[in-house]
Each structure stands twice: as structure tokens, then as C-alpha cells.
Design a binder for this molecule. Structure first.
Ligand code: FAD
Length: 463
């Protein structure tokens, strides 16, 4: 059956590169979650918009599900193909299509790696400011599909803010040109923004016109050690009021131990419960003195126990590694991940409540907190104890997620801040969105993808 289908696809598109070797199915069938056994039908590697359209039309006729695939660095199982789907990888669509100096936009194919987008922008003396640790592997199409955030959101916002136009192949194979790079366009619904964060369930992004901006002024990076969460929020308020922040990221002592074991260098002696890596404008002496003054004020107030200011680019990179290395250092333990958002002001109350709850229910659980605290976005990773079987661990983690979802509902938060719902959080969508909203989401999906062939089972459990 699957052999006949692939033979038919090859007949229809003789130039299309199709992979079916077991190693390829394994490689392209999973993302960073590593919880599902990859079992795709095949991997299609189109090189043009027309090829993507033809694949989608064929999949419609044959009722074959498609999993759009970028760099597969996703943390929600969105790019997983475990049910005989056709993986449509955009990795051969990585060209820069144009730069507009007046509009300050860069148009690229959707498979382009984020780091290459950064490099291309720099060549024109500008930056594309969305940035995070997976920059060397994730694709701009995947960033758009998940509305990726990262470490500079506090200054620049999410991916959504940087999309001037999109070309998208909808579920029936039709090509949509959304917003065409316009700054102002008050002519009805903005489907471009609807596509951002749609996790491959409404259309396949094939091209994107990205806004660029001026590089930030020279900056300084500071690492702070803090005694408790309330102090951390005081420091955040102080730093945000007095400095031009570019980033404000936090992690716990527990997270630090994992990065240090993974090769990073300790920068502050002693044990401290919380740490912050912050980056701020430091273009001249005035700004540098202001940074020193707020640090001293925080120290005097007892909100900060210790701190280091990077004296060189190498030292700044080493301080950043303490934060950016966390996901990679935990990866070999295959942590169960949660990525939640609450209003920034609600962070301490939420964190205290959750930590107390977890300590009571699961005193042996190794729970690691870190994240983009300046955006109210916390990553909560749970590690499996060596003596707990995988199935029992997953059951326990699902219960932790229930507790989280419940607590989040009371705090008005979201079960996914920036990783998406995918497979991992689909059972908890209703903790963040109400029934009327979910019904509308399903209706929108039906309009864009009438036969439900785009990433079925992601976002909605019973797709
Ligand atoms: P994939 O994993 O390939 O796909 C993700 C989703 O997008 C899937 O649903 C897929 O079907 C869909 N998709 C992919 N391409 C397309 C397309 N062209 N059209 C339509 N749908 C498509 N994320 C953050 O937001 N902030 C962070 O700080 C952050 N840090 C990370 C650090 C590490 C070390 C790692 C491994 C991941 C991190 N992530 C972070 C998660 C991940 O990198 C992002 O979600 C990223 O945007 C995924 O891009 P990708 O190309 O790898 O997408």
C-alpha cells in the first residue's frame, strides 16, 4: 500500500527527492522530544514552491497526512511523524530571495537556518533580532510556525513582530501571499499573523519577508546571584527601570549544576538558589556607570548576593553559556518539559505555589527551573530518577502537568509560552483556551485545510 502510494508520487513528480531508508525515516521522523518512535511513510525534499504545492495536492487526493519539517529542534513533538505521515522537509529551500534597503526587509525561503538569517542581515549592516540557543539548527519556517521567542523577547518581542509577509501553501495546495511586506494594511483579516504559531496545521510556510533593524549599541553582560524569588523580581523591576535591557534570564542552582557538569565554567563562588544573566546597553561611560550603580543598589538592598560583569567578549560568552547551555546539558536525560507563561508580576506567587506543591507531592522528583523570566516564561524540566521506570515516570510527569495546568488556570497563564502545543501539550489546550475559542480554532483549521492533512494530531488530540 505505502509502496504503491510512493510509486504514484514519484510518477507524478519524477524530479522530487524522496527518502525511504530506515536511517532517514528515523532522522527526519523525530524532533528533540525523543518520546515517540519515528514511523513516517517517506521524506519529501522539495526545492520549489511549485513542488510543495504539487505534493500537497497529491496528499489531498491520496488522503496522506503531511508533517511540515524544519530543523526539528522543536520541544513539543510538532515535527514528529510516528503514524505513516509524509514528512515534507524544507531543508533544500534555504535561499535568500531578496533584500530591500528602503523597507529594510529580507526575503528568504522557509528552510533557511536562523543563524544564516542572522548572517545575511549582518551583511547589510542590520540584524534579525529573534535569537536563541537552537539558532544553528532551527529554521525560519519552524520559528514562524511556533512563534518562537527566545532570549531577546524583552527587547524585541516574538517572531510575530518581525514578519512583514509570508507565502504559504494551504491544505488544498493553493498558494497564499499574505501581506506582501506592507507596513500598513487595513483591508480585512490578517492571515499572516494567523499563520504565525499555527504549528503547521493551517499551511506550509514556503517564503518569508522578515523585518530587520539596526544592531543594538555595545552591551555588557552581568551574572547575578540572588537569595530568593522576591529579590529577583525586585532586581528585575530596578534593572528594567534604570537600564536599557536586551535580555534578563534566570536559572536555579540546580540548573547550574547540570551546565557545570557539562563543561561550563563556574563564575560565582558559593551556593545561591537563583541566578540571572542579564545583558543591557553599555555604549558609553554614562551607561556603564549606571549599570554599576544599580548593581550596588541591589547589593545594598540585599536583593543580590554576588555578581560578575563580563570584561571581554569571551567572558560574556562564558556567562551566556551558563544559561544557554542548560537545554543541551539536560538533553541526555530526556527531561519531561513544560514551558509556561504567566504575567510577569504573577511569577513569584506562581513559582512559590508550584514549588510547594511539587515538594509535597513528589519530594524525590528532580525539577529544574529556568527561563525567560523578564517575559513571565518559565521552563520546568523534570528528570527521571534512575530507579523509576520510564512508564511510571511519564505517568508522574503527566500528573505534574495536570497540577501545572490547574495552577496556571488560576493565575491566568498559558500551558505553552513559546514551544507550541504539538503532541506534548494537546491534552491541556483547554486549560489555556476556553471551549468557544477552541471551537473557532477547529473551524479555522477546516477552512485552511479542509481534508485535515496538515500535521493531524498536533494541537488537537482528536484531529
Ligand atoms: P521544527 O521542530 O522542525 O518544527 C516545529 C513545528 O513547526 C512543527 O509543528 C512543524 O510541523 C512546524 N513547521 C516547521 N517548518 C514549517 C514550515 N515551513 N511551515 C509550516 N510549519 C512548519 N524555542 C523558543 O521559542 N525559544 C527558545 O529560547 C528556544 N530555545 C531552544 C534551545 C534549544 C537548545 C532547543 C533544542 C530548542 C529551543 N527552542 C526554543 C525550541 C525550537 O528551537 C523552536 O521551537 C524553533 O522555532 C523550531 O524550529 P525548527 O525549524 O527546528 O522547527
Amino acid at each position: 500500500m505505502s509502496h504503491d502510494r510512493l510509486a504514484d508520487l514519484s510518477r507524478r513528480l519524477p524530479e522530487l527527492r524522496l527518502l525511504t531508508a530506515p536511517a532517514d525515516l528515523e532522522h527526519y521522523g523525530r524532533d528533540w522530544t525523543r518520546r515517540w518512535t519515528p514511523a513516517p511513510l517517506a521524506i519529501a525534499l522539495p526545492v520549489s514552491v511549485e513542488e510543495v504545492q504539487a505534493i500537497v495536492r497529491w496528499a489531498n487526493e491520496q488522503a496522506v497526512a503531511i508533517v511540515p519539517s524544519g530543523g526539528r529542534t522543536g520541544l513539543s513533538g510538532g515535527a514528529v511523524a510516528a503514524n505513516g505521515e509524509l514528512v515534507l522537509s524544507l531543508e533544500r529551500m534555504q535561499r535568500v530571495l531578496g533584500f530591500d534597503a528602503v523597507d529594510r526587509t529580507l526575503t528568504v525561503q522557509a528552510g533557511m537556518i536562523l543563524q544564516h538569517v542572522h548572517d545575511a542581515a549582518r551583511q547589510h549592516g542590520l540584524i534579525y533580532p529573534v535569537d536563541f540557543a537552537a539558532r544553528g539548527s532551527c529554521s525560519i519556517g519552524g520559528n514562524i510556525a511556533t512563534n518562537a521567542g527566545g532570549i531577546r523577547v524583552i527587547r524585541y518581542g516574538n517572531t510575530r513582530e518581525w514578519i512583514a509577509g509570508l507565502k504559504v501553501v494551504a491544505g488544498n495546495g493553493e498558494l497564499l501571499e499574505l501581506n506582501r511586506g506592507l507596513v500598513k494594511n487595513s483591508s480585512g483579516y490578517d492571515f499572516r499573523q494567523l499563520l504565525v504559531g499555527s504549528e503547521g496545521t493551517l499551511g506550509i510556510v514556503v517564503e518569508a519577508t522578515l523585518k530587520l533593524t539596526d544592531p543594538p549599541p555595545p552591551s555588557q553582560v552581568m551574572l547575578l546571584a540572588l537569595p530568593d524569588m522576591d529579590a529577583l523580581m525586585q532586581v528585575f523591576a530596578l534593572f528594567r527601570a534604570r537600564l536599557e535591557l536586551q535580555a534578563f534570564e534566570f536559572f536555579t542552582d540546580h540548573a547550574l549544576r547540570h551546565v557545570l557538569a557539562h563543561g561550563a565554567q563556574r563564575a560565582i563562588d558559593g551556593d545561591h538558589p537563583y541566578y540571572v544573566v542579564t545583558e543591557f546597553d553599555a555604549a558609553d561611560e554614562r551607561q556603564q556607570e549606571a549599570a554599576l550603580a544599580v548593581f550596588e543598589q541591589a547589593l545594598e538592598q540585599g536583593w543580590v548576593s554576588d555578581g560578575v560583569i563580563a570584561q571581554s567578549e569571551a567572558q560574556a560568552a562564558a556567562l551566556w553559556r551558563l544559561r544557554e547551555g542548560i537545554t543541551e546539558s539536560l538533553a541526555p536525560r530526556r527531561p519531561y518539559k513544560n514551558d509556561i507563561a504567566v504575567r510577569v508580576g504573577a511569577v513569584p506567587a506562581f513559582l512559590h505555589e508550584m514549588q510547594a506543591l511539587l515538594a509535597r507531592k513528589y519530594p524525590r522528583a528532580e525539577v529544574i527551573w529556568f527561563g525567560h523570566i523578564g517575559d513571565g516564561n518559565l521552563h520546568i524540566n523534570v528528570l527521571r530518577p534512575d530507579d523509576l521506570a520510564e512508564a511510571a515516570f511519564i505517568e508522574q510527569c503527566e500528573h505534574v502537568t495536570h497540577l501545572l495546568a490547574d495552577t496556571l488556570q488560576r493565575h491566568g497563564g498559558s500551558i505553552s509560552a513559546e514551544h507550541g502545543i504539538g503532541l506534548v501539550k494537546r491534552a491541556y489546550l483547554d486549560s489555556t483556551r476556553d471551549a468557544a475559542e477552541i471551537a473557532l480554532m477547529r473551524g479555522v483549521r477546516k477552512v485552511f485545510d479542509p481534508r485535515g492533512i496538515l500535521n493531524p494530531g498536533k494541537l488537537f488530540a482528536d484531529d
